[in-house]
Design a protein around this ligand. Structure first.
Ligand code: ACO
Ligand code: ZN
Length: 409
């Protein structure tokens, strides 16, 4: 096969090249791919938008030239780096032309090549309520709002502004002094005096409001635009009317603060009990994800429905669901002293059979026997110990409690 020899230097690095980039968190150079190149307007230095091949896409970022290691190989590997074209060729710094590389690519790689251009993160951070939050992904805010790379967001109506002063002026006359929609949940959180964490010593309320996309279109569209900053999936932004939004707030002496939300199709006949879930980064890993997932199952269980979230799940979505399913299924097994099958677990929890099988499989608690899935290896003592440890580690987590659900009002 004809090969072209070309060693990328900083001068000839181009889009799609594989390079090595210094990663501050890991203190080492990692394999990366160049997705875009631009020039610093003032210094004229080249800037590279790179994707670390073995890291999640939210780590994509602009780096300056001195972060990039030159004289590294060049290939047309696909985005996640799983399809390196030919390692022996890489070592010799021999480059395949795009056409040659295509010969090595399978169908799905070709599809990826044909996909729309990679969306570069357009907002660096948002300022909302008490927080300044770094964005993870591109979100389709109008381009005239993204020039400054910072957005100031009203935490009540979720409108976005380019300047702090405009936001301050807006807040005084914002139409939403309380959240829109119907309050469906409210629970007080009292200070935990034993903790050394300052943030855990303040009392606040956790509230959820149900907002209809068809009634509060702009609010829901703005919520989706915020969510997209932390979601790599294609998510809805503009046609919000077929969805309900369950919006989660913390309320303290200064008012309501947006924590996150989940959306769900309006139609009760949908097989999904949740379309999209997002918890703002400052509130993540405190149990709020599980809290909203519990609410989504609580609502579908009220309708006697076996349900599931809409797929695909993001990496963090998978972790959250796996944790929720594990805890719920193991608690159900314990409650029934191990004497039950997958069908009964599904009926008692409202979790879809496929999701139960997946979870039991991950826990090595299921086997195929005569064409059927059979629960095996149940050791009640081990399960008790596992759940005790988990509950201990989640002691400070906010938990959903059905007694605070407000029935139709
Ligand atoms: N690294 C490792 N584990 C994590 C991380 C992380 N960064 N974040 C959460 N987890 C684990 C937690 O340890 C926890 O497991 P455990 O209970 O066994 O300890 C579990 O995931 C859930 O933790 P929560 O605190 O309940 O979840 P959180 O409030 O952080 O919210 C969520 C989870 C909603 C997925 C959040 O990470 C998020 O908004 N991510 C960005 C948007 C997104 O990816 N949404 C899901 C898309 S899929 C869909 O919408 C159907
Ligand atoms: Zn407002």
């Amino acid at each position: 096969m004809k090969q072209t020899k070309e060693i990328p230097t900083l001068d000839n690095i181009s889009i799609n090249d594989n390079v090595q980039v210094y990663n501050d968190a890991e203190h080492t150079y990692l394999d990366a791919k160049v997705l875009e190149i631009k020039e610093n307007e003032i210094t004229k230095e080249k800037l590279y938008y790179i994707h670390f091949l073995n890291l999640e896409k939210r780590m994509d970022k602009w780096v300056e030239q001195h972060y990039v290691l030159k004289n590294y190989g060049h290939s047309n590997s696909n985005l996640d780096g799983s399809n390196f074209i030919n390692h022996s060729l890489m070592k010799d710094n021999i480059v395949l032309t795009r056409k040659q590389a295509a010969l090595f690519m399978n169908e799905s790689d070709k599809e990826e090549e044909g996909e729309e251009k990679v969306k570069i993160r357009n907002i660096e951070k948002i300022i909302i309520g008490y927080y300044s939050i770094e964005a993870w992904y591109f979100s389709p805010y109008p381009s005239n709002f993204t020039e400054q790379k910072v957005l100031y967001i009203c935490e009540h109506c979720l409108k976005y502004f380019k300047f702090k002063n405009t936001l301050i002026r807006h807040i005084k006359e914002c139409e939403y002094q309380t959240p829109p929609g119907k309050k469906i949940y409210e629970m007080g959180i009292t200070p935990d005096k034993s903790t050394s964490k300052k943030e855990n010593r303040i009392s606040f309320l956790v509230s959820i409001y149900e907002v209809l996309g068809s009634e509060k279109k702009l609010f829901c569209q703005n919520l989706c635009l915020i969510a997209k900053l932390f979601l790599d999936h294609k998510s809805i932004y503009f046609d919000v009317s077929p969805f309900k939004f369950y919006v989660l707030y913390e309320k303290d002496n200064n008012g309501f603060h947006l924590v996150g939300y989940f959306s769900k199709e309006m139609s009760d006949s949908s097989e999904f009990n949740l379309s999209c879930i997002m918890i703002l980064p400052p509130f993540q890993r405190k149990g709020y994800g599980q809290f909203l997932i519990s609410l989504s199952y609580f609502l579908s269980n009220k309708l006697n429905k076996i349900s599931s979230p809409e797929t695909p799940l993001s990496d963090l979505g998978k972790l959250s669901y796996k944790s929720y399913w594990t805890m719920t299924i193991l608690n159900t097994i314990l409650k029934n002293k191990g004497m039950l099958n997958v069908q009964t677990i599904s009926e008692q929890t409202g979790i879809r059979i496929e999701d139960i099988n997946y979870t039991l499989n991950e826990l090595s608690l299921i086997k195929y026997w005569k064409g059927q899935q059979v629960i095996q290896n149940i050791n009640i003592k081990q399960i008790e110990e596992f759940l005790k440890k988990k509950n201990e580690s989640k002691k400070s987590h906010i938990k959903f409690d059905p007694k605070y659900y407000i029935e139709d009002n």
